[in-house]
Design a protein around this ligand. Structure first.
Ligand code: AHR
Length: 492
């Protein structure tokens, strides 16, 4: 039996809607095919952008989209991607598969996509191989309203008014693919580059510094010590890689309970990472002004057999749904510091929410979790305390349940619960404090076996269903959570 208390009168801050953000890179079939098919494509599109993908992303209220990378960002020269398409430079995407990048999807197309989605753009600038001037001019091109060489060029290229651009990253993984820098060096480089990321007119840029790789606490320490006052956000990248090494990451679909357990355990490590990085940040920024921006997270498996190893195309099962549910609960529960998170990556790459094949599109189990959890966007985090059984495997233990709870502007309470145990139900007794509840309803995402996934021939194998194993009692409610499930409850 698990016991939980939700304190509806202890409010712990706002869950930024940007925790439900996405990341799309010029990698494999994410941008090209997944989002951009070109104006002449038989696939229904609006000015080259696929309609089905836009509709699906709107349905999960995508709040923010990070682009153009990733590692690609530190080799991207934005001027190659504006102006008439026929004269845009063709280049090699050296990081990802060595394929031709024709630059047909550039700044205008990305910002148009964000307009269609109604989401904030988050652009990552090139520090590794780009100049300060290039970065300065990009921001000027996008946001300057007056007379200037860049603003005039934008007008020549068909866009009269500037765009609003809030989120700007000063480099990506500059400890690795973005220049192999040491934190001491990058901190100075960051201070220099960000100086020229200017606020034009009313546009106010939220500047994001490259943060640590996983548990590199030294990086966080140095960046906070040397550059805290120059940044609004510090990024964190952490992927769930269930295999033994980067050379043997494990299959996305063909796995055992041992792999399942490892995946859950490695996902729960996000809690420790956020706690420890936040503790360092607290020393330099006790007011929590600077956000921790988890702008790359998700599962990373071996690619699907027969696909280009540089394209990072993987399937997505019920296991991925649990990974998403756990991570999102962790981010919600740390909303005092986590101001944004971006799952890697939106379409056809890593833990994608959408897969495409020609004109076909499939929504993955991860997509359904984002749809179920969207009720938390912008809501108030409520204090929750959980006591539950452990899920044990081969002498190791992890907590069976993961939870977060929030109250929205209409006073509705939403609780999201993951049962990590693939074999056992969880009987849950919940005491609701500080609320007079009269109605409870729920939806659940699960499947008969852990590696079930949605395919182009069978797209609805894993999808949410009504959740009935629940009733209200004097103090709150009682629920029987299914094995390997993600559940969302609404209390009114
Ligand atoms: O998401 C794939 C890659 O993972 C990104 O390009 C890079 O930032 C990270 O190493």
């Amino acid at each position: 039996m698990a016991n939980m208390i939700i304190n509806a009168d202890i409010q712990k801050g706002i869950i930024s809607k940007n925790i439900y953000g996405h990341f799309s890179e010029h990698l494999g079939r994410c941008i090209y095919e997944g989002i951009w098919v070109g104006e002449d494509s038989p696939i229904p599109n609006t000015r080259g952008i696929r309609n089905d993908v836009v509709e699906a992303l709107k349905n999960i209220n995508i709040p923010v989209l990070r682009w153009p990378g990733g590692c690609f960002a530190d080799e991207y020269h934005w001027k190659d991607g504006v102006g008439p398409k026929e004269s845009r430079k063709r280049m090699i995407n050296t990081h990802w598969g060595g394929v031709i990048e024709n630059n047909h999807f550039g700044t205008h197309e990305f910002l148009e996509l964000c307009d269609m989605l109604g989401c904030e753009p988050y652009i990552c600038g090139n520090v590794g191989s780009g100049t300060v001037q290039e970065m300065q001019e990009w921001v000027e091109y996008i946001t300057f309203d007056g007379e200037s060489p860049m603003a005039n060029w934008r007008r020549q290229n068909g866009r009269e008014n500037p765009w609003t651009l809030k989120y700007f990253g000063v480099g990506n993984e500059n400890w690795g693919c973005g220049g192999n820098m040491r934190p001491e060096y990058y901190a100075d480089v960051y201070r220099r580059y960000q100086t020229y990321v200017r606020n034009y007119g009313k546009n106010k840029v939220y500047k994001i510094a490259c943060g640590p790789n996983t548990a590199d606490y030294h990086w966080t320490e140095v960046l906070m010590r040397e550059a805290c006052s120059f940044m609004d956000g510090l990024s964190l990248h952490y992927y769930t890689v269930p295999g033994d090494s980067w050379h043997n990451k494990g299959s996305a679909t063909n796995f055992t309970e041992q792999d399942w357990f490892k995946t859950m355990k490695k996902t729960l490590f996000m809690e420790e990472l956020i706690t420890k990085h936040s503790t360092i940040m607290d020393r330099y920024d006790p007011q929590k002004r600077v956000g921790l921006i988890v702008d790359e997270w998700g599962t990373w498996y071996d690619v699907e057999p027969g696909t280009n190893p540089g394209f990072l195309y993987q399937q997505n099962t019920l296991r991925d749904a649990l990974v998403a549910g756990i991570n999102l609960n962790i981010f919600n529960n740390h909303c005092d510091r986590v101001q944004m998170a971006n799952i890697a990556q939106t379409v056809n790459v890593l833990q994608a929410v959408i897969l495409t094949e020609g004109e076909k599109m499939v929504l993955t189990p991860t997509y359904h979790v984002f749809e179920m959890y969207k009720v938390h966007q912008g809501a108030i985090l409520l204090a929750s305390v959980m006591e539950c059984e452990d899920y044990e495997y081969d002498g190791e233990k992890i907590s069976q349940l993961s939870v977060s709870a929030s109250k929205n502007s209409e006073g509705k309470i939403h609780i999201t619960l993951c049962n990590l145990n693939p074999n056992e139900v969880a009987e849950l007794n919940c005491e609701l404090r500080g609320v007079n509840a009269s109605r409870i309803s729920g939806r659940v995402l699960t499947a008969p076996s852990m590696n079930i996934h949605n395919t182009f021939d069978n797209p609805d194998q894993v999808k949410p269903a009504d959740f009935k194993a629940i009733y209200m009692n004097e103090k709150g409610f009682f629920a029987t959570l299914l094995p390997m499930s993600v559940t969302v409850l609404t209390i009114e």
